[in-house]
Design a protein. Structure first.
Lengths: 248, 667, 243
């Protein structure tokens, strides 16, 4: 199929960017979206032009490296997948595809479609862990039975791949779903209870410092999340935060 | 007498590790503060090692090319992690895990390392649960297990199809705790490009900041390489796009021996190649073989009809199907080890029984499992005389809860519904058992340079069993390396900070700068991918699932030619002082082009078939691998001598004192 | 160049573990969100109470007069609840604007193409628009009812007349333009409540098995109450009493 690509090009963080148009031909439905960009880049290199820079790594939807706002939606039109799992059969011959970086003040553009998501790192460093030494001298793994429902829910929160689609999809560029997933993952397990108050306070404080917007419960994050992380996590974080604050 | 000293402690096998821990030197806590350690790679091995070393008090710097340590490719491991917990009471034990791993590795791994791995495996699960890893649980609240290929017990712990992700997030959270304390400094989007050796000891690295393009010098008292495997030498593999051999290869060129490069695992259940545009292959977890049955048509004409799309697989009668694994290996059936399953698929496809357009695919069929589960559920729910439709519906639900995410992934990629029509799968390069040679302490032949996880060669012999890679990565990082490295660092308590102004750092940086300049200014005509794809084709066709002398010799000369062509004609756009993925790729492919040759040389010299290494000249009448224990029961460790073609072979003989070496049979 | 400085991590650790104070609560995004929710819920409650009094004007003018008289003369209502209500309204709006400003700043460069409609409802994405319209209406409402009422009671100090409320109310709905504006504002209020009411529970951390029912109730309320107000307006518009 034949497509028209409109892609954000930006030399580096200091310069201004703009949209550029690239016609492309010979795209097959079996190609993934990133393989389509590979084809474009090979053509650009052959023409002596600079290829489009975009983040990607595992190309199987788990590492969370790939991003891209495709036709106005993070990870493109399909649901519950990342950009690397999006296939070109979702598009039609003659389509125009607008490709932009994930946009948020807390995700500055590094180059073209590549953004800096280290703000997510700092949120997790602020408390996204259980303070247990890695000595192996802990109690037996089966010493604390954990209700299956809680373990499963914790897993569902922990399935977050940290891609940033929630921020990209939110009209306020809020990172609440991401932070809530990280808080919930531990809050749902008995091991995570000991530090629960400190964890939620520190992580939310860091999230606010990074310049993300406020949550207004539009629910766009949940819809666009490639891993289907639930809004319930945000409610849980609000709860955890309130009770931690009131405890003082 | 070999110059290789494995430093295996004396004493009975089961007491070696405890004894060793008691005997080695320790560094006191106050002194640890004055010691710096560099960890390159932040997957399961690197991440867990960094966290533990920092916890002990060392100053740690971590490096990863990804934008976050959590994105290392360990994250993609699906199925599970083995541990000899015997929670199921099915007769598991440290010895049995040890035995299975040695046998699975086709008797080509170091006995003592494997025993230690089995010994600490149970601790890993305790540790991960304490860290908050949400493993799958039963309704009673206790941990659940499942079964994997090549074993007869259920010892695999898992978190749906995302076990690697959850374990890595656990290690990453331990890292975060130390980053927050200021004990780890994490360098992301940084790629190590050389090792710096001062007075014969590893004392630092040269890394490139992939955002600014700047070369940086980082010094330390010891360097840990945990950068994973080199499967991307095949271009198409299940590895991440960025996975590379560069760190391992650079230390090899600085003096670390490279062991058994030809031992590569070809995973049997991957989604087949769909066309030339393909950039990577996607694995479908081995756990699918618990319920899926693998088959091809019995008759050639049926296979052809399916290839041409004239016949639907569901329409083929039961008696016209060849469940070749069940036929050939009745006792393990569809759960034979990976190398065996892969070769059997290739054998059928080469014989013309493949089932997709290219003839390079076999079916993985869940119809029988769906009906079996459906009947079970109907019985439990007391549904009288359920229709076949109803049974199928109930069964599909069971399959969905077990493998839903995998089925969804398959459907997104292939655009076929695997509940209704059998999946198509084909083997793909997945894991490299070979790697940097290390002794019992995980130290390479360069003093102060350690290697952990998939990057080293140590535990899996010639073939790795499923769910053992995660186990090894975490065992190395959490429980082995942090002890053994202390033995070395105990001599460094008075050394003080290592200056990065030493001439050795300047020399290494200059070399790398020249290489970068050469690539940028080359003005060739072909992209990096062009060369990488050609290398991949050579490797897959001649150094792939089955190898022969003629093909290997051709491969060696073809790779040499390709390497020359690369340096003459590669085109790298952009500049080195900016974000430049093409330049990054070029540096990695340059190393793959050297490794590829050593890989083929190793495969050529090993005149036997074992595990993932299958030489067509050495097989039984039934087509099974034929080992030559008399002449090849050793680890081949290669020393770099200026050119991969001039590598010198060193042998570490393998002694099995606690296990009877047998012909591996899964029949 | 990049050697390690010697540092003592345990000192930084003690600072990290410093307890967060109530001040921290006020500064945090979650606290602001909860404040929006609580003030919103208060206004929703007030709206319901207001509706009950107003609907009585349709059923029985005498009841309306006596309730209005009570509300207009009771000291607690006048000097405690009324200021609280005004504060609630002002707080809700001011906070809403502050949040909106912060939210706009959180995305420095806008998308060329942004299909927010595919993932979130119009109502949820345009709380500012519906809120501003409701605010404008409140201005009019204050000008129409509250200002004359205060002037009547506290500045001109007319003698008490417990029957004046009903005719005053009815006459306000004489002009079709005013009734039209009134109706339009309440339609926008439907949108505002459609998202706002149910979402307030999420904000205060209430999202569980009862949420489905609660959300249904909230949406029902969001539609029914404003339509009720419009009904009252239309009713009186078409049943004018002669001057």
């Amino acid at each position: 199929m034949k497509l028209t690509l409109k892609i954000w090009r930006q030399k580096n963080a200091q310069t201004k960017g703009n949209m550029q148009t690239y016609p492309i031909d010979g795209i097959e439905g079996d190609m993934s979206f990133l393989e389509m960009l590979d084809v474009l880049n090979t053509q650009l290199i052959d023409k002596g032009e600079e290829p489009v820079v975009f983040d990607h790594d595992c190309r199987e939807g788990i590492c969370g490296t790939c991003s891209l706002q495709i036709n106005g939606e993070p990870h493109g039109p399909d649901r519950l997948i990342t950009t690397c799992q999006l296939h070109m059969r979702k598009f039609n011959d003659g389509d125009t595809i607008v490709i932009e970086p994930f946009r948020a003040k807390a995700f500055p553009v590094i180059k073209d479609l590549m953004v800096d998501r280290s703000s997510f790192e700092r949120i997790q460093q602020a408390g996204g862990y259980i303070s247990v030494n890695t000595s192996g001298n802990t109690i037996d793994a089966n010493a604390i039975p954990i209700e299956k429902e809680h373990a499963d829910e914790s897993f569902n929160a922990a399935a977050c791949i940290g891609c940033g689609a929630c921020v990209a999809a939110c009209k306020n560029a809020s990172a609440m779903l991401f932070t809530a997933a990280k808080v919930s993952q531990f809050a749902l397990l008995p091991q995570g209870q000991v530090e629960a108050s400190r964890r939620v306070l520190n992580m939310v404080e860091q999230m606010d410092k990074e310049g993300f917007g406020n949550c207004t419960n539009t629910g766009a994050c949940e819809i666009e999340c490639p891993k289907g992380i639930s809004l319930e996590n945000i409610a849980r974080m609000n709860r955890e935060y309130l009770s931690a604050s009131l405890k003082g | 007498m070999s110059i290789l000293n494995s430093k295996v402690p004396s004493g009975p096998l089961s007491e070696k590790w405890t004894k060793h821990k008691n005997d080695i030197n320790l560094v006191n806590p106050a002194n640890k503060r004055n010691i710096d350690v560099i960890v390159v790679g932040t997957g399961l091995a690197g991440g867990s090692a960094a966290a533990t070393l920092a916890e002990l008090g060392y100053n740690v710097k971590t490096f990863c090319y990804q934008d976050s340590p959590r994105r290392a490719h360990s994250i993609a491991a699906q199925g599970g992690i083995n541990a000899a917990k015997n929670y199921q009471g099915d007769g598991d034990s440290t010895y049995r895990l040890f035995y299975d791993t040695i046998k699975g590795g086709d008797y080509r791994s170091r006995e003592e390392n494997v025993y230690r791995l089995a010994e600490v495996s149970a601790n890993i699960i305790d540790q991960c649960v304490a860290q908050g890893v949400p493993f799958a649980r039963e309704y009673g609240g206790l941990l659940d297990n499942r079964s994997f290929g090549g074993v007869l017990v259920s010892r695999t712990f898992y978190a749906k199809g995302q076990t690697g992700q959850q374990l890595l997030l656990g290690a990453y959270s331990a890292m975060n705790r130390q980053i927050n304390r200021g004990k780890i400094k994490s360098y992301t989007r940084h790629e190590m490009l050389d090792l710096v050796i001062v007075d014969g000891k590893a004392r630092g690295i040269i890394a490139r900041d992939m955002v600014t393009g700047e070369l940086e010098r980082h010094s330390a008292h010891a360097v840990v390489i945990a950068t994973g495997g080199y499967g991307n030498v095949f271009y198409l593999s299940t590895n991440a796009m960025g996975s590379n051999v560069t760190a391992s290869w650079k230390i090899h060129k600085r003096g670390a021996f490279f062991a058994n490069p030809c031992y590569t695992q070809i995973h049997p259940t991957c989604i087949p190649v769909s066309g030339d545009h393909q950039s990577k292959l996607t694995l479908m977890s081995e756990s699918l073989r618990n319920d899926g049955r693998i088959w091809v048509p019995k008759k050639q004409e049926d296979a052809e009809a399916i290839q041409q799309g004239k016949l639907k697989p569901v329409d083929l009668a039961e008696e016209d199907r060849d469940y070749y694994l069940e036929r050939r290996y009745p006792s393990f059936g569809n759960l034979v080890p990976r190398d065996v399953a892969s070769r059997a698929a290739k054998e059928r496809c080469d014989a013309g029984f493949g089932v997709n357009k290219t003839g390079e695919a076999v079916f993985l069929d869940f119809a029988a499992a769906i009906m079996r589960y459906g009947k079970e559920v109907a019985a439990v729910e007391h549904i009288e005389n359920p229709s076949e439709e109803k049974i199928r519906e109930l069964g599909e639900k069971v399959i969905e809860t077990k493998y839903g995410n995998l089925f969804q992934m398959y459907e997104k990629i292939v655009d076929e519904n695997p509940y209704k029509t059998p999946m198509m799968i084909y083997p793909a390069v997945h894991y490299t058992m070979g790697g940097v040679w290390v002794d019992y302490n995980l130290e390479t032949t360069i003093p102060g340079c350690y290697c952990a996880g998939e990057a080293n060669y140590s535990d899996h012999g010639a073939n790795r069993l499923g769910a053992s890679a995660l186990m090894q990565g975490l065992a190395d990082g959490y429980f082995v390396l942090p002890y053994t490295i202390g033995d070395y660092l105990a001599d460094d308590i008075r050394t003080g900070p290592i200056s990065t102004d030493l001439p050795e750092f300047a020399e290494a940086e200059k070399n790398i700068q020249e290489q970068l300049d050469k690539l940028i200014n080359n003005e060739g005509s072909k992209s990096v991918d062009h060369f990488h794809k050609r290398l991949g084709k050579i490797m897959w066709n001649k150094v792939g699932m089955s190898r022969n002398e003629k093909g290997l010799k051709e491969a060696i000369s073809e790779i040499r030619e390709l390497r020359e062509a690369f340096w003459k004609d590669v085109r790298v756009p952009g500049d080195y002082n900016e974000v430049n993925p093409e330049l990054e790729k070029a540096m990695r492919v340059a190393d793959f082009l050297e490794l590829g040759e050593l890989f083929a040389i190793d495969a050529l010299h090993r005149n036997e078939s074992c595990g993932g290494h299958f030489r067509e000249e050495y097989q039984t009448e039934e087509g099974e691998a034929l080992r030559d224990d008399e002449n090849f029961m050793y680890t081949a460790a290669w020393e770099f001598k200026g050119d991969p073609g001039k590598a010198v072979l060193h042998k570490e003989e393998l002694n099995y004192e606690n296990i009877e070496v047998k012909t591996r049979s899964y029949k | 160049m990049f050697g390690f400085n010697s540092f003592e991590p345990y000192f930084c650790a003690s600072e990290i573990f410093e307890k967060k104070t109530i001040m921290g609560l006020i500064k945090s995004s979650i606290a602001r969100k909860v404040a929006m929710a609580l003030s919103g819920l208060f206004l929703v409650f007030f709206l319901g109470q207001h509706f009950v009094i107003n609907i009585s004007s349709v059923i029985d003018p005498d009841t309306f007069n006596s309730w209005s008289h009570f509300m207009g003369t009771n000291g607690l209502v006048q000097f405690v609840l009324q200021p609280v209500l005004i504060f609630g309204v002002v707080f809700h709006f001011v906070m809403g604007f502050i949040l909106e400003l912060q939210n706009r700043k959180a995305r420095a460069i806008n998308y060329k193409s942004f299909k927010g409609n595919l993932s979130a409802s119009w109502a949820s994405r345009n709380m500012l628009i519906s809120g501003v319209v409701v605010l404008a209406f409140l201005g009019l409402h204050f000008y129409d009812f509250w200002v004359p009422e205060i002037v009547h009671k506290y500045i001109e100090t007319h003698p008490e007349d417990p029957t004046r409320y009903f005719p005053e109310l009815v006459h306000k709905f004489e002009s079709p333009v005013r009734v039209g504006l009134y109706a339009l504002s309440f339609v926008l209020l439907i949108f505002h409540l459609w998202h706002g009411f149910a979402s307030a529970f999420q904000s205060v951390g209430f999202n569980n098995k009862y949420s489905v029912g609660l959300t249904k109730f909230a949406k029902f309320y969001a539609v029914l109450i404003p339509i009720g107000f419009v009904f009252i307006a239309l009713y009186h518009h078409f049943n004018q009493i002669p001057h």
